[in-house]
Design a binder for this molecule. Sequence first.
Ligand code: CIZ
Ligand code: SF4
Length: 350
Amino acid sequence: SDPALVERARAAKAALGDRVFVLGHHYQRDEVIQFADVTGDSFKLAREAAARPQAPYVVFCGVHFMAESADILTADHQRVVLPDLAAGCSMADMATFDQVEECWEVLEDAGVADDVVPVTYMNSSADIKAFVGRHGGTVCTSSNARRALEWAFSKGSKVLFLPDQHLGRNTAVLEMGLSLDDCVVYNPHRPDGGLTQGQLRDAKMLLWRGHCSVHGRFSKESVDEVRARVPGVNVLVHPECRHEVVLGADLIGSTEYIIKTIESAPSGSAWAVGTELNLVRRLADAHPDKNVMFLDRTVCFCSTMNRIDLPHLVWALESLARDEVVNPIEVDPETAHYARVALDQMLALP
Ligand code: CIZ
Ligand code: SF4
């Protein structure tokens, strides 16, 4: 990265001192991650920000829904800044508030809404989390999805899982013992979600038709190809991958789990990792004694994560050093209140 920009980022950060706290998601570029005070997945980062109320400015190097969660969980005086407002998440965008309200009406008309507990993945907008909070549901992450589903099924006979169909299906089938037939996909672009009254009545898992544009691109062929090419390879994938990919993998887990697994793997072992490319490259660089490779060379970076680059970070830090808050992420108080209900329910999961 441009040495002049690196120097400017360093100088602005030094001028800000303890007044700024920089969060870096694991999928961020190297040029950005070098300035992170802490790295993590979306949930860990939101909690880290909340644990530092003395920092008035929180710069979130990640995507929009993560900055929203940080704003909800941090103190009122803390301002959360997203260096590029175009850093969204295609998965989160696949479930809009209006679509989810309409889905709920479909469930009401089918006479099943009272049996449904909504569960939303962390990767969703604040207003979806608030919807779930208002309807007695919970947020989950890829580390606690099983506990979230167990809790939800103790409260109702059906779960509406938003917005990632793959995490929902993988958790239901592989960890809860449900069958694929217990799961149906609700398509927000079709009348009644594209489901019959019988399907709405009988399904246990109503999966929203959303997916990650990175993890959803790994295929069963990529797993077969790497196994043929690299004898003894271990295939390690994120549960946002498609069901057949997860079925073909050796190990499945969140980004934090993937990092820990590679860190503790024996020297000389071979790993094909199905998650975002910035993270896989950093893991490969950090563990030259292990053969860490990307599961599928045709899959790319998360393009919205990559919108946060060094020029945007420098601009955000230099503006904050002049006490000019650029690109603040502010969730309105009512949405924040109900989103927090759903987030607190996740924290209270047994
Ligand atoms: O796929 C993502 O964006 C993940 C794993 C986000 C997160 O929760 O950190
Ligand atoms: Fe969204 Fe997928 Fe990018 Fe994560 S990796 S921010 S889920 S599009």
